[in-house]
Design a protein around this ligand. Structure first.
Ligand code: UVW
Length: 335
């Protein structure tokens, strides 16, 4: 039985099963992994994560802060360089443990399908209900159960981790075509022009990676970012219906970029729209397409450009952190 009363237009709810929590990751099956492996030609690897303490400060998002590392406390003292000879004079061991306060979406990360939903569905009394991908509901399923305990019982990032997130990815070098300034809002026609100029072919189950150049600016700012990041480098134009239709029809399994939110943030919302982030709504809520943000794609994109390639093998699991709505990832590309 469906858990929703209405299925949103352009959604695939139920297509992967009524209880599905993976969304389009279902398209990364064994043959897709083999297609990814077939892109390994020279055995060179690239780390696609920024250092997790970048961008630095909270200029990109007022609610997200760099990780804070702390020693754990053992016997009322910090367990840093702990000398075990305190316990027994024979022991020469030294030990250190740490703990971290981690804003899961501060730096290189995946958004889980529990990250954004919509007041779309209605309950039996006709009241709007906060709903997530595949009709899972806030309260009973996603974030905050009846005891107000935070954590997604459904759609948490651990589902993605368990899948493994390993397959074929396609790099789109938006930086080459649009530069840093002025910020380009990339619509369907722009994207297709880049695809045709670069002979890029995207097939169902591929992971789409968009390099915009923002990662290089972040690294250059070296932990002291300024507001110019908000108006730098390409973003997808979520107001372009043709682009949204292409995302739906293309069968792409996930999208990752080096920018803040894949799409433009803080734009004027057209009066006909009911969402401030149309690509988030389409991907996370309607289609189950995970979004990767603030990835470090520069070195890989430049290597691919030099070697006239766009496809590569990508391994990008998040942390298997039960109930989290997002997670850092250390994606590895192999070419
Ligand atoms: C924004 O910061 C707008 O995007 P996300 O919440 O997906 O990181």
């Amino acid at each position: 039985m469906n858990r929703w009363n209405k299925r949103p237009e352009s959604s695939n709810w139920g297509d992967f099963g009524n209880d599905d929590q993976l969304g389009r990751l279902n398209l990364i099956n064994e043959s897709k992994v083999l297609q990814g492996v077939a892109e390994v030609k020279v055995g060179k690897t690239f780390c696609l994560s920024l250092p997790l303490d970048l961008p630095g400060g909270n200029v990109l998002s007022p609610v997200r802060f760099p990780p804070q590392l702390r020693p754990v406390i053992r016997n009322d003292e910090p367990y840093y360089n702990y000398e075990w000879r305190k316990k027994d004079s024979r022991f020469t061991d030294i030990a250190t443990d740490d703990a971290v306060l981690l804003h899961t979406q501060y730096s290189t990360q995946w958004d889980s399908l529990a990250h954004r939903g919509s007041l779309f569905d209605v309950n039996d009394d006709g009241h709007p209900v906060p709903t997530y991908y595949n009709g899972y509901r806030a309260g009973s399923d996603v974030v905050m159960d009846s005891s107000q305990k935070v954590g997604a019982k459904k759609l948490g990032i651990e589902n993605m981790a368990k899948h493994g997130v390993q397959g074929r990815a396609v790099m789109v070098n938006l930086h080459k075509h649009f530069g840093n300034f002025p910020r380009k809002e990339v619509c369907y026609d722009d994207l297709m022009l880049v695809f045709s100029a670069e002979n890029i072919v995207v097939e169902p189950g591929d992971i789409l990676c968009l390099w915009t150049g923002l990662d290089k600016l972040i690294l250059e700012m070296d932990g002291s970012p300024d507001d110019s990041l908000h108006s730098a480098c390409a973003v997808l134009d979520g107001r372009d219906e043709k682009l949204l239709a292409w995302i739906e029809e293309s069968g792409i399994a996930a999208i990752a970029s080096d920018n803040l939110a894949v799409e433009a943030v803080g734009k004027e919302t057209p009066c006909c729209s009911t969402t401030i982030l149309p690509i988030h709504e389409l991907c996370l809520f309607k289609l189950g397409i995970h979004l990767g943000e603030l990835w470090h794609l520069a070195e890989l994109a430049e290597w691919l450009e030099k070697n006239k390639r766009s496809r590569f093998f990508l391994t990008a699991p998040p942390l298997r952190l039960t109930g989290a709505v997002g997670s850092p990832t250390t994606p590895i590309a192999t070419v």
